[in-house]
Design a protein around this ligand. Sequence first.
Ligand code: SF4
Length: 213
Amino acid sequence: MLTDSEIVNAIHQMRAMFPEAGTTLKADTTFHFLLATILSAQSTDKSVNMVTPPLFARYPTPESLASAEPEDIEPFIQSLGLYHNKAKYLVKAAQGIVTNFNGEVPHTMKELTSLAGVGRKVANVVLAECFNIPAFPVDTHVSRVARRLGMVKPNATVLQIEKRLKEAVPKDEWLDAHHAMIFFGRYQCTAKNPKCTKCPLLPICKYGRDNVF
Ligand code: SF4
């Protein structure tokens, strides 16, 4: 298992490889960013960005979306996986915002996760990206990279991964580290055929060495 400083050094190398790493979801308001993040479950940011402009134009506010039916939303998002459920989540989340939070997206983990379709990862993304509150969202890329590199045990849960990374990485680097790990997972340490032979982290990566040799 990597030590704290080895984890930080590895993430700094990822950051150096992908200095442009940042959120790739496009949205004009916090409310729309929340919707985009809900839609991104099991879908790429690119595919979400393709469907959101007309959706956002039609439903500019929580109030406008809260009075819609899920069937109204489905045509906008039917190119995404799980679109039946996602349509329900969007409407219910908007209703929750209107009913419980005066039409404003809340900014605590507890309040955010009370909304339909909002789990810990979505809440962490919104807290960090929209409210500048330190958070370390753990998605599929962050999980895979952390496990392969031995930052955590191979069977570590998402919550254990988040806890370990928060322990090791200084708080003011959490969001940058999250972005760097996502880009590294998306383009270098890919789920299938990771580019281990050209990876600067190969010397500290047993998974990679087993894969290469
Ligand atoms: Fe991922 Fe391979 Fe690099 Fe290890 S060596 S971090 S498995 S790309």
